[in-house]
Design a binder for this molecule. Structure first.
Ligand code: B12
Ligand code: SF4
Length: 500
């Protein structure tokens, strides 16, 4: 079969080997104990399945996931496309610089490159600003004709449909990830919270994909556990209902991110549950109304102390991954403690205690800059002294060091063995059935382990390169991964005696 295909190609006068070679790279974040950080809970980087589907067949495409693979530096690659997010920017630039020295054309894209294109272009030949659905093909055409431009900017048209987004999962074949299919139904968000990168980039625009495209991709993919990466899957409730109706026959289990207002629409909730939703990431962000107002988190303001909304969600059985943001202007060490106690009382399946971070170009960043409160020269993501988990601005009511510590302590306390066991006893959600309980116990130790590993990570590799793939964590199946993280969970007790 292969021979016949090759013969046909040769007859047309095209030599397969003459194809231009593109290498996509998902950069790692940095170093832990002097070695590349190994994320045992890593998921497929959806970005590259989208880019692969947009790449014309005259290019040969490969993906290197720097999170667990050695970067194949060589002169064989014609074009190297690297994703940049703020925590991976430093590493992305290291790789980019290296490939440019080897003569490859380097293209950077992603959230960070979109927010600071002038910084990114110092390490690249071209930068894609915003979504790539339209611009990636134009860029490749210009590259082939020798007319590559420095910037390709996606013009937000206000179109309600995401133009031409498809997913080609084949780019991940042979690589080991969590057994979850990532997909996307919509992009953008109708809100503009002061601190948020998405709100800043999309400026209240929100667009959806045709439901049939999402469904046929999932049918083809066949995996039964799905993660919708949308920032807010219910932002357009009519479109969400259409999607949920179409998902019902697929009999999948899915999770995603949603704003709290879904609790007000019983039809939406009913369809959500029938379509297989098992849990949601919800951004509560703060229990203080003053902080919510300062954040411009208007979508949470109608839910006075969240009690009623939470009761509705608990009764539905959905597991909640509750996200909180620590460090706004009305935050004190006492309020962090109070928030932790409130969170513990709610027995959420998972909780994220995120430090408020100044992402460049957000309103929050600009305000901190004006008020002279930025640390690390205002560019913490590139600074030699910055470590993952550190606050990068001066909070109003405590030092940045105290904020860093208070946040880490809250994470530790939420994730002690005792608390993990205690939260498991919520019969309405976390131990509602065997599947929920297994999921709860598979992921809690894993996330806890990653949280401990990531804290104080050095960003970038600073000259270190992975010489060989000596990865043991890419075991087959959840069972061995579960055993491994449980083992680590117990060995951690030796290192962090205060966490049981
Ligand atoms: C899913 C997700 C995760 C998953 C990761 C899944 C995975 N595969 O590994 C989880 C939950 C683990 C996660 C973790 C984190 N995440 Co996250 N995550 C997302 C989320 C919701 C979706 C990403 C996605 O898949 N999008 C779909 C793809 C198709 O879109 P895309 O990546 O933007 O790519 C498009 C364009 O940008 C462009 N493009 C992107 N890269 C490139 C490269 C080239 C060469 C080209 C040509 C084009 C191009 O083309 C694509 C098609 O249009 C985004 C928010 C968002 N709306 O995107 C946040 C987001 C990326 N995460 C963010 C953060 C901060 C984190 C964490 C650091 C959080 C934390 N405190 O721990 C961690 C660490 C991540 C890491 N790098 O290790 C921030 C990054 C902020 C920034 N300014 O860079 C975001 C933007 C959320 C936010 N609003 O602040 N995350
Ligand atoms: S609702 Fe969420 S995604 Fe939308 S702007 Fe606010 S934080 Fe960002």
């Amino acid at each position: 079969m292969v021979a016949r295909a090759e013969k046909a190609i040769m007859e047309k006068g095209v030599n397969v080997r003459k194809k231009k070679r593109i290498l996509f790279i998902k950069p790692n974040m940095g170093l832990v104990n002097g070695l590349p950080y190994l994320d045992s809970g890593r998921m497929e980087p959806l970005t590259f399945a989208v880019l692969k589907s947009l790449t014309p067949p005259e290019f040969e495409v490969e993906l290197c996931d720097d999170r667990f693979e050695a970067v194949p530096y060589s002169t064989e690659w014609n074009l190297v496309g690297i994703n940049t997010e703020i925590y991976t920017a430093r590493r992305a630039y290291e790789i980019a610089d290296h490939f440019r020295e080897l003569g490859a054309v380097v293209v950077l894209g992603g959230y960070h490159a979109t927010m600071v294109p002038q910084e990114a272009i110092q390490h690249a030949d071209s930068v894609i600003i915003g979504d790539a659905e339209v611009q990636w093909r134009s860029l490749l055409k210009d590259y082939q004709t020798g007319n590559l431009k420095s910037f390709y900017r996606n013009q937000f048209t206000g179109n309600r449909l995401i133009n031409g987004m498809n997913i080609d999962w084949s780019v991940f074949s042979g690589k080991k990830y969590l057994p979850i299919a990532l997909t996307q139904f919509s992009r953008g968000c109708p809100n503009t919270c002061e601190y948020c990168a998405t709100g800043t980039i999309y400026q209240k625009q929100h667009s959806c994909r045709p439901v049939r495209d999402v469904i046929s991709e999932l049918e083809q993919n066949g995996r039964r556990i799905v993660f919708f990466v949308d920032d807010n899957i219910i932002a357009n409730s009519d479109a969400a209902k259409e999607l949920f109706r179409a998902l019902i026959p697929l009999k999948i289990r899915w999770t995603g991110q949603a704003s709290l207002n879904f609790v007000e629409d019983p039809e939406l909730m009913d369809l959500m549950l029938k379509s297989g939703c098992v849990g949601l990431v919800i951004g509560f962000e703060s229990i203080s109304r003053d902080n919510l107002k300062a954040m411009k988190k208007n979508c949470n303001l109608p839910y006075e102390n969240y009690e009623q909304a939470l009761e509705i969600i608990r009764s539905s059985g959905l597991m909640i991954w509750a996200a909180f943001l620590m460090g706004y202007d009305y935050e004190t060490e006492a309020s962090i403690q109070e928030t932790l106690e409130w969170i513990l009382s709610k027995k959420f399946a998972f909780a994220a205690f995120n430090i408020l971070m100044p992402y460049p170009t957000t309103l929050f960043y600009k305000r901190m800059e004006e008020e002279g409160r930025l640390l690390y020269d205002g560019k913490w993501w590139l600074h030699d002294d910055y470590r993952f988990g550190y606050a990068a601005f001066r909070p109003r009511n405590m030092s940045s060091e105290r904020l860093t510590e208070a946040c880490f302590n809250a994470r530790l306390k939420h994730n002690t063995i005792y608390q993990i066991l205690r939260r498991a006893t919520d019969r309405k959600t976390n131990s509602k059935n065997l599947w929920s309980l297994l999921t709860y116990f598979a992921y809690n130790p894993l996330f806890r382990d990653e949280m401990l590993k990531k804290h104080k990570m050095i960003l970038g590799y600073r000259g270190y390169e992975r010489k060989e793939i000596n990865e043991q964590a890419a075991e087959d199946g959840l069972t061995s991964r579960f055993l491994e993280v449980t083992r680590r969970c117990f060995t951690d007790i030796a290192n962090y005696k205060n966490i049981i």
